[in-house]
Design a binder for this molecule. Structure first.
Ligand SMILES: C[S@@+](CC[C@H](N)C(=O)[O-])C[C@H]1O[C@@H](n2cnc3c(N)ncnc32)[C@H](O)[C@@H]1O
Length: 289
């Protein structure tokens, strides 16, 4: 199947429960996004016109607008359902986010349109990441900043795969011991989960992102790695919410998931991002100018 068609299909389906799987809370989106971006660039960004590329449910675009960090906050995504989710999340947060349904490889914006572009968890889904970075460069005005973050490293992907694989084995063993047999519905869901994994097209070493950014025309390139335990805990939540949809509706389970993810994030910021070797960390974060 064409990788873009696969990505559109998978993300159209995931839009409905994406925020539950990734524990995104639109009630706190402004402070959360301000903190995340401060973590990457060392201070809060301030933009006149910002663009969130491959916005998903609107994390960066809604967050920038809600935190008052952008006068205008635009967003685009390949998936129609994700665009609709962003629209709903923006309305709920009381902010205006102009939207387009668009491929990151051919952005429907004029040259030099934005002074800030954020692409979070985007490039690993795009067949031609160089093309996407060239588009980000093109729509960015001279002197503007692109923030590329949450792109998986090969080492990070291996660790997440191992930890989530272990969680899968534990759940399967418990199910078998209780004599639970797989229903047709569960089988279909399992196929969707495999499609979702297949929609992750790339992992990147920091040097690869730096080289792609240079080829795309960026001149000032800072690439690092971040997060260790946070992604592992998030990966387990992602799997469990996919496996047991009722968990997302259970207030206690949600609160427990959120507490675990927040504890892991704090652990990473205070300890792991300093002590864990860079190649073990899970994601790339880059500031490109
Ligand atoms: C992992 S999600 C990240 C969403 C959001 N940026 C966030 O941080 O939560 C990846 C997003 O990329 C979108 N996507 C996949 N391929 C794309 C493409 N070729 N062009 C634009 N968006 C794409 C998906 O629809 C999905 O919403």
């Amino acid at each position: 199947m064409d990788p873009k068609e696969l990505n559109a299909l998978v993300h159209d389906r995931e839009a409905a429960f994406y925020d539950d799987r990734f524990l995104i809370d639109y009630a706190h989106i402004g402070p959360d996004v301000a903190r995340d971006l401060r973590n990457v660039i060392g201070r809060e960004p301030r933009a006149r016109r910002a663009l969130d590329v491959a916005c998903g449910t609107g994390y960066a675009a809604v967050g920038l607008a809600a935190a008052g960090l952008a006068d205008e906050s635009h967003a685009s995504d390949l998936s129609a359902a994700m665009v609709e989710r962003t629209r709903a999340n923006a309305a709920r947060a009381g902010v205006d986010v102009p939207l387009t349904q668009a491929d990151a490889e051919t952005l429907p914006y004029a040259d030099d349109s934005f002074d800030l572009v954020v692409a979070r968890g985007a490039l690993h889904h795009v067949p031609d990441p160089l093309r996407a970075l060239q588009e980000i460069r093109r729509v960015l005005e001279p002197g503007g900043t692109a923030i590329v973050l949450a792109e998986p490293t090969p080492g990070g992907e291996r660790q997440t795969g191992a930890v989530v694989g272990l969680a899968v084995k534990v759940v399967e063993t418990i199910k078998r011991a209780r004599g639970v047999t797989e229903t047709e519905e569960e089988l279909v869901r399992r196929h969707w989960e495999l499609a979702s994994i297949a929609a992750n097209l790339h992992t990147f070493e920091p040097e690869q992102i730096a080289s792609l950014a240079e080829k795309a025309g960026f001149e000032d390139i800072e690439v690092g790695t971040a997060w260790w335990s946070w992604i592992l805990v998030l990966g387990i939540n992602y799997y469990l919410v996919g496996e047991f949809e009722q968990l997302a509706a259970n207030r206690i389970a949600r609160a427990a998931g959120r507490a675990a993810v927040n504890t892991a994030a704090t652990f990473d910021r205070v300890i792991a991002d300093r002590l864990v070797p860079p190649q073990w960390r899970h994601t790339i974060q880059a500031v490109l100018r």
